[in-house]
Ligand binder design. Structure first.
Ligand SMILES: [Zn+2]
Length: 188
């Protein structure tokens, strides 16, 4: 089974959203700024934005230096709107007693299971760089499902996924695989 150590990807939106949260919290002194509330806000915002995953090298520092001011106006506005919305939701209903795990895109695990299945059927193996490229490509084409809670094992969740949605995931993976450099052994 492919694991998270076999590839490296980073969603640049995560850094931008972190800055936006810092900004809205600095404007609202009555809001809770604990790590839980901040990661809940991050979840709510990231799930409403188009992700910007990119492959990263092994051992490389994933985050880039970003500034909110450098963003395109529309994107900046969208992120700020979502940040105020998330602040409002989390302020009204802080989840301080929920059992949680680190912030992650739960879709990533589902894509991994599907990718593993496809590679096994095709008797194909991908190196770190190719795997990173495929994962970034696929996740950029699907609405993210960030969460801070654990909702059971990924295999049981894959079964619960709507078949049409699963088909969409598979189609995206085949697309991403097709965009990799052709293998040396391909038919000439
Ligand atoms: Zn809090």
């Amino acid at each position: 089974m492919i694991g998270s150590e076999d590839y490296g990807i980073h969603n640049d939106m995560k850094d931008v959203v972190g800055l936006a949260i810092f900004r809205v919290l600095s404007e609202d002194k009555s809001a809770c700024r604990c790590p839980q509330c901040q990661s809940d806000m991050q979840c709510l915002i990231l799930n409403r934005l188009t992700p910007q995953y990119r492959p990263v090298d092994q051992g490389n520092l994933a985050s880039k230096d970003v500034r909110l001011e450098d963003l395109e106006r529309d994107l900046f506005n969208q992120i700020m709107v979502e940040s105020y919305r998330a602040l409002h939701i989390v302020k009204n209903e802080p989840r301080h007693h929920v059992n949680r795990t680190f912030l992650h895109n739960s879709l990533e695990e589902v894509v991994l299971v599907a990718l593993h299945d496809i590679l096994r059927q095709e008797k194909r193996q991908l190196d770190y760089a190719s795997l990173s490229k495929v994962m970034a490509h696929v996740l950029n084409n699907l609405q993210p499902r960030y969460t801070t809670t654990n909702k059971g094992h990924v295999f049981s969740r894959t079964v619960e996924i709507d078949p049409g949605y699963l088909a969409k995931i598979y189609a995206n993976i085949y697309n991403a695989l097709g965009e990799l450099q052709p293998k040396a052994s391909s038919i000439s």
